[in-house]
Design a protein. Structure first.
Length: 181
């Protein structure tokens, strides 16, 4: 009987793990170090009449898994780049990619902060609702930071300020290295 229960729980866990794979669409890129964004990651149709060199659409995806045999909860957090909705001008130069990379890196910083929060909630019986509140409250802060980046660097045209932002965000990534996935 124990063998059957073990086999059944293994099959259930495999199905759950496989179903979570499908939550991340194929047209997205999960943040990975040291893999930078490249021109071919931008699949959206460029808006050439615009003064913008492009747009990067990033998001943070989360999933929850409650283990059947315990109160332990696994919370997964991914910083994701949406390839289909992100675009870059055909006239953009490689150095103009930095604004988009810094933006994607900021999403990873916030994902790591959420992973840190998730670690503290692993055995909390209300983990999902508590984490959902933390996730929801982090989004306005992330939006503000992204807008501050765009404003401060004049949409990436102030290269000196953009380089400062790049270093600042890389430092935050390093400080949260423990929560890298």
């Amino acid at each position: 009987m124990k063998k059957i229960l073990f086999l059944l729980s293994f099959v259930v866990m495999a199905v759950i793990a496989k179903s979570q794979d499908y939550q991340i669409p194929n047209d997205t890129l999960i943040w990975r170090d040291p893999r930078p964004l490249i021109f071919t990651d931008f699949l959206g149709e460029p808006i050439e009449s615009s003064n913008l060199m492009g747009e990067a659409f990033c998001l943070i995806l989360t999933s929850f898994e409650k283990h059947l045999d315990s109160t332990y909860v696994t919370i997964s957090v991914q910083a994701v780049f949406d390839k289909t909705n992100s675009w870059i001008s055909r006239r953009a130069k490689p150095e103009e990619m930095l604004l988009f990379q810094v933006t994607f890196n900021m999403f990873e910083v916030y994902a790591r902060k959420l992973r840190k929060d998730a670690d503290d909630l692993r055995v909390d019986p209300f983990a999902q609702s508590v984490f959902q509140r933390k996730y929801s409250s982090s989004l306005p802060s992330l939006t503000f930071k992204c807008n501050e980046l765009k404003r401060d660097t004049k949409m990436g045209s102030d290269k000196n300020k953009l380089l400062l932002w790049d270093e600042k965000v890389k430092k935050e990534l390093k400080d949260l290295e423990r929560y890298k996935q």
